[in-house]
Design a protein around this ligand. Structure first.
Ligand code: SF4
Length: 366
């Protein structure tokens, strides 16, 4: 009981929670009291507003040299089910969405073994030339390392500078998974380390860039490893202030190798809410916590707005990564659906841009 009281006093005083308190939040804190405390912190940060972005997902290719155990998206080069789009095809798909009012194009792909560096530069410049110009939120930290080390053979800072000049607006937060080295060895051997992931974001932030942070949970990690992950994000945020928001999502087991190995556990709705609430309390230097409806489903994301989340992510249009892993959620949402979900949760909907700045505030009817 005393532990919980101490946590409440620390949070109410605006002070930082420690590791042991973080583990308590994940393992022992009474669920509804945890949610209420996270909700108070959310309200202190953002008031009654809840945001969403009108965006579109694109994936240039799912060919990847790695074989992460939780990934159902990637294929080897000659495997059935591979895809690789040309710059023209990607631009055409994006053009239609830009005409319909999206403000952000979000693009990630696998670590392709043979696409040339020029492909990535042309993709960015071609998309950046669309009118009105969307923000290009492109590449995970692991794609940046792959392109720097194996494709361009240049330092990361130079690759990021090339991409920025070609139109890169923000990095995505993917590839963080769980930072613990032992967990990474079990679920994504060969992938960048925590320090390498953080280094890419640090360099980008030092160049004036912004990015999001993520956590893939609900597989083999412990509560302590979740807390350690959040603490490392919090430290980098102390250093750079470059993270715009945090997006946790649950491991989607249905079609993955981890599932074949017998690890079929899918996080429950209560666990998903607990992660959002604990993240809100531990990430005291993040303004925005996203309930990623692609993973949770829109109804639970709506509930999460009362458990510490203040953002529902975006309209997305066509999600592949979670759906290839077995997610049963829709491929996209209309602005109207996101608006209605936010209003029904008692919040004021705000359409935001990639950097969580409001771009529209009113009522959508379609
Ligand atoms: S998670 Fe990314 S790096 Fe890992 S196999 Fe899938 S596409 Fe490749």
């Amino acid at each position: 009981m005393r532990v919980w009281e101490n946590i409440c006093e620390t949070v109410e005083a605006g002070n930082r929670l420690g590791t042991a308190e973080g583990i308590y939040l994940f393992e022992k804190a009474e669920f509804h009291r945890l949610g209420q405390l996270a909700d108070r912190v959310r309200e202190r940060k953002v008031g009654s507003q809840a945001s969403y972005v009108v965006n579109r997902y694109l994936n240039y290719s799912n060919v990847c040299i790695l074989s992460c155990q939780f990934c159902a998206f990637a294929r080897k080069k000659r495997e059935p089910g591979t895809f690789a789009y040309s710059v023209e095809e990607l631009t055409e798909a994006a053009r239609k969405s830009v005409a319909q009012g999206i403000t952000e194009i979000h693009i990630v792909g696998g670590l392709h073994p043979s696409l040339p560096y020029s492909f990535y530069l042309e993709m960015l410049s071609s998309l950046a030339a669309l009118e009105p110009r969307p923000v290009l939120k492109v590449f995970t930290a692991i794609e940046i390392r792959h392109l720097a080390e194996r494709v361009a053979k240049k330092p990361i800072v130079e690759v990021l500078a090339d991409f920025k000049a070609a139109g890169l607006g923000s990095l995505t937060g993917g590839g963080a998974e769980i930072f613990d080295a032992g967990v990474r060895d079990r679920i994504c051997r060969g992938k960048e380390t925590a320090a390498e992931w953080l280094e890419v974001h640090r360099i980008w932030h030092e160049m004036g860039g912004r990015s999001t942070a993520t956590m893939l949970y609900g597989h083999v990690e412990t509560a302590a490893q979740r807390v350690h992950h959040l603490e490392q994000l919090r430290s980098l945020q102390d250093e750079t202030g470059g993270f715009t928001g945090f997006v946790p999502f649950a491991f989607e087991p249905a079609q993955t190798r981890l599932a074949e190995l017998g690890r079929m556990r899918r996080a429950s709705a209560l666990e998903e809410l607990r992660v959002i609430a604990a993240s809100r309390l531990l990430l005291d230097n993040f303004d925005h916590i996203t309930a990623y409806w692609i993973s949770t489903g829109l109804p639970l994301a709506q509930v999460a707005l009362s458990y510490g989340a203040d953002d529902l992510h975006g309209t997305i249009e066509e999600e592949k990564i979670f759906h290839m892993a077995g997610a049963q959620t829709p491929l996209g949402q209309t602005r109207g659906n996101l608006e209605r979900a936010i209003r029904a949760a008692g919040r004021v909907p705000v359409q935001r841009n990639t950097f969580y700045e409001p771009v529209w505030n009113g009522e959508i009817t379609r």
